[in-house]
Design a protein around this ligand. Structure first.
Ligand code: GLU
Length: 286
C-alpha cells in the first residue's frame, strides 16, 4: 500500500510553531516513505474560525517548502459525506439525541446510550455516539502501545452539535478514509482523540490508518504553545529560522549552509528516520 499522509489544520489563526512542527513532521514521514502528502482544511467550526486564516496557512506552507501533492480538501465542502455517515450510525442505532446541558453532566452523571434530560421537542438536540465498556487498543508509532476505555474516558461523545455542526471526530475519520490516509501524523494533544476515532472507524466500516503522535510543543512555562503568547505566527517571509527550530525540535541535525527552505528540508530528509523521532509526549520549544 502506498503511503498517504496529511496535515489537517483548523483555520483558527495563522500557522504557528506547533502547527509548523506537525506540518513538517507529517511531510517528512510521507516523503521518507516515498508517499503522498495532502493538506486538509478543517473548516467545519465557523464560530472558532478566523477570517483569512485558511488562506494564510495555505500560503505559508509552500513558503516553508511544504508543497502538497493535490489541491487542499476543505471540510466545508464535505457536509453531504458527514450526513451520510451520521445517517448510517443512526440507522444502526448507535447514536441518540441528547438535550443534557454541560451542567447536567458536570455532576459525574454517566450516559449509557440515552439522554438523561427530558426530551425537548422545541429544542434541537446534540447527537451522541453510544460507546461500549470495552478497551480500544492501538500502537502509536512513536508513543507506543495505547489503551483507552471510552466509557471511562470520553463517555457517549457528541458527533453532531446542537448548532448542527459535525464534531471534529466524525469529520476527521470520514475524511481520513476519503483521502486514503495510511498514517496520521499530528501533535500529541490529539493522542487522546485517537481511540474515539478508531471506534468511529469500526462503527462506519472504515479502514484504520496508523498513528504517530509528535511531541507537543510547550512554552518556557510548560504551557501548550498554541495556547500561549508564543503562539505568534511563524513568518513565511523569513522561513529559515522557524523551519530550523522545527527541525531541531524533531531532533534533526540541520546545517547552517542551506539558504532556501527546500534545501533545508532536503538535508533533513536525507537523514530522516521516523524511528529516531523524539519519543516524549511533550517538550519545550527552543
Ligand atoms: N484540525 C486539528 C487541529 O488543527 C488537527 C486534526 C488532525 O490532525 O487530526 O488541531
Amino acid at each position: 500500500m502506498t503511503y498517504r499522509g496529511r496535515f489537517a489544520p483548523s483555520p483558527t489563526g495563522h500557522l504557528h510553531f506547533g502547527s509548523l512542527v506537525a506540518a513538517v513532521g507529517s511531510w517528512l514521514c510521507a516523503r521518507h516513505a516515498g508517499g503522498t502528502w495532502l493538506v486538509r482544511v478543517e473548516d467545519i467550526d465557523p464560530p472558532r474560525e478566523m477570517p483569512g486564516s485558511a488562506e494564510s496557512i495555505l500560503a505559508a506552507l509552500p513558503a516553508f517548502g511544504l508543497t502538497a501533492d493535490a489541491r487542499p480538501l476543505f471540510q466545508s465542502s464535505r457536509i453531504a459525506a458527514y450526513d451520510d455517515a451520521f445517517e448510517q450510525l443512526k440507522a444502526n442505532g448507535q447514536v441518540f439525541p441528547c438535550w443534557c446541558s454541560r451542567n447536567d453532566l458536570a455532576g459525574g452523571l454517566h450516559l449509557d446510550g440515552q439522554c438523561l434530560a427530558p426530551p425537548a421537542p422545541d429544542r434541537v438536540p446534540a447527537w451522541r455516539l453510544h460507546v461500549p465498556d470495552r478497551e480500544i487498543r492501538f500502537d502509536d508509532a512513536l508513543q507506543g502501545p495505547q489503551t483507552q476505555n471510552l466509557r471511562l474516558t470520553a463517555g457517549d461523545f457528541v458527533i453532531r452539535r446542537v448548532e448542527g455542526y459535525y464534531a471534529y471526530q466524525l469529520a476527521c475519520v470520514v475524511d481520513d478514509a476519503f483521502q486514503g490516509i495510511t498514517q496520521v501524523v499530528r501533535g500529541n494533544d490529539l493522542l487522546d482523540s485517537t481511540a474515539r476515532q478508531i471506534y468511529l472507524q469500526r462503527c462506519l466500516g472504515l479502514p484504520e490508518p496508523g498513528y504517530l503522535h509528535l511531541p507537543l510543543a510547550l512554552d518556557a512555562n510548560g504551557r501548550k504553545l498554541s495556547k500561549s503568547e508564543q503562539a505568534r505566527p511563524v513568518d513565511p517571509t523569513d522561513p529559515l529560522p522557524a523551519l530550523r527550530r522545527a527541525l531541531h525540535f524533531l531532533d534533526l541535525p540541520v546545517t547552517t549552509h542551506a539558504t532556501t527552505p527546500q534545501a533545508l528540508l532536503a538535508e533533513a530528509l536525507a537523514v530522516f528516520d521516523p524511528a529516531l523521532l523524539p519519543r516524549c509526549s511533550e517538550r519545550m520549544a527552543a
